[in-house]
Design a protein around this ligand. Structure first.
Ligand code: HEC
Ligand code: HEC
Length: 81
């Protein structure tokens, strides 16, 4: 019985750990004026494209679906729309 509990805990802990790690490594989209109201990925490249002012690092993951990984930071309630 002890053995079962051990394995059950392990099975539950592994995905939980991976989930928490996945949340920590990706920085959210800042909720500043630069990032307010962008809903299309095209908009991101205007500043973060390779030849633009704030290119992503060379080590950045290659996929271009920004919103899959970068979620908008929660706006503080007092922020203007
Ligand atoms: C008007 C220019 C501009 C646009 C458009 C823009 N960004 Fe940014 N972004 C910046 C600047 C400048 C910084 C760095 C300064 C800062 O951290 O606020 C930055 C920083 C970031 C960061 C890093 C934050 C951190 O904590 O290191 C992420 C992630 C990001 N942008 C994602 C995006 C995504 C996704 C889009 C498209 C929805 C986007 N940006 C569109 C200017 C822009
Ligand atoms: C596969 C997941 C993934 C996708 C898709 C993704 N990013 Fe990132 N991004 C990351 C990770 C991981 C980091 C590093 C986070 C850190 O260092 O805090 C990062 C960091 C950044 C940074 C901070 C500077 C840097 O290069 O480390 C910016 C800006 C950024 N991403 C913009 C974008 C934009 C714009 C897109 C869409 C074209 C995009 N990201 C798509 C995972 C992703």
């Amino acid at each position: 019985m002890k053995k079962h509990i051990f394995y059950l805990t392990l099975i539950l802990l592994v995905p939980l750990t991976l989930y928490i790690l996945s949340l920590k490594t990706v920085s959210p989209i800042p909720s500043d004026d630069n990032h307010a109201g962008i809903s299309e990925i095209k908009g991101c490249f205007e500043c973060h494209g390779d030849d633009k002012e704030f290119p992503k690092k060379k080590t950045h993951p290659p996929k271009d679906q920004c919103f899959n990984c970068h979620k908008a930071a929660k706006k503080p309630p007092a922020a203007k729309g």
